[in-house]
Design a binder for this molecule. Structure first.
Ligand SMILES: [Zn+2]
Length: 317
């Protein structure tokens, strides 16, 4: 579904809730506490000043449980002051924005305040991570890039510049991983988490600290393209497909996010690769709502607490 269809299909809270119910429980509503499928529905009037925001509730009929819950209970939508139609509109905007969607843009589209827009975008990003994704195999290209900022007064000195490792399977998915530094051990750890040990070809440039001879990838053919000798393609040896993804990422970072916090960088990377890997997928809105319906709540306090001492930085131009 595209934005226009989403706006038409989900004009009311009832329509939004019915859709969320179907996404969350495709085989019928189950109690969130005991899993029982004997449920009664409670529909009530919701006024503007009402404490109960949800018009549609469920009551578990298991006598020892009797839990009352809504379609948003226990999900990332839980406790949100935002109406679901704004959530859905934000999802539709984010899955369609090739260069990403900043909190400022969302603020304007949804007519909410900046903090609300920022928090909303980060919760949607959270659902876009692929923690159980399969490891990459076949021929993989590996390269690093740097996202971060110049500190005022130190033109040459790059601070808080974080290393992003890009791994792309030829004809397959892209992974972007934020790493602490570009030392061999750090890179290897990130590669081992994302690449299958039976991978057949690994392609890198000759700048990175890559040596796979004593690792679990020692059986793979490791070909290096000599960027230091101005060599960019040698037969089928190149890192162009991962570099293409990097250049799109950089345009997104520079063009969209005026301020991008390094402490949340991995979430921006997840958003970018999620969309990149599904760019041919027509049902991205539907899939993303389904992921959000399964994602755990993320309190605002927990989100801003993470690495609380990392400052905000501007992207490199
Ligand atoms: Zn129950």
């Amino acid at each position: 579904m595209k934005l226009i269809e989403v706006t038409k299909a989900f004009a009311s809270e009832e329509q939004c809730l019915a859709y969320l119910e179907a996404s969350r429980w495709p085989h019928g509503v189950r109690c969130v506490t005991c899993g029982n499928d004997k449920i009664s529905r409670i529909t009530r009037k919701v006024t503007k000043n009402s404490d109960n925001k949800r018009a549609q509730l469920y009551q578990c009929l298991e006598p020892t449980c009797k839990q009352q819950f809504s379609a948003t209970t226990g999900t990332i939508f839980n406790g949100s002051h935002l109406s679901l139609d704004k959530w859905y509109m934000a999802i539709a905007l984010m899955v369609d924005a090739k260069k990403g969607m900043s909190a400022l843009q969302l603020q304007r589209h949804l007519k909410v305040n900046y903090r609300t827009a920022w928090y909303l975008a980060h919760r949607i990003r959270e659902a876009m991570s692929d923690p159980d994704g399969l490891k990459l195999t076949g021929t993989v290209e590996i390269d690093e890039t740097y996202i971060g900022g110049r500190q005022r007064g130190h033109r040459r000195k790059l601070k808080n510049k974080d290393v992003v490792l890009g791994i792309r399977q030829r004809g397959g998915p892209l992974r972007l991983v934020q790493v602490q530094d570009n030392k061999a051990g750090t890179l290897y750890e990130a590669i081992a988490q994302n690449v299958d040990k039976n991978v057949s070809n690994i392609m890198t440039d000759d700048a990175g600290a890559y040596d796979f001879r004593i690792t679990q990838f020692r059986k793979a053919k490791h070909a290096k393209i000599r960027h230091s000798h101005k060599e960019y393609v040698r037969g089928d040896v190149h890192t162009n497909t991962v570099e293409n993804a990097f250049s799109l990422l950089k345009r997104a970072v520079i063009g969209t996010y005026h301020q991008l916090s390094i402490k949340h960088l991995q979430r921006y990377l997840n958003e970018f690769s999620y969309r990149f890997n599904r760019r041919e997928d027509a049902a991205l809105f539907e899939q993303t709502v389904m992921r959000l319906a399964k994602a755990k709540p993320m309190p605002y306090g927990k989100l801003i607490e993470q690495n609380a001492f990392t400052p905000f930085v501007r992207p490199v131009r």
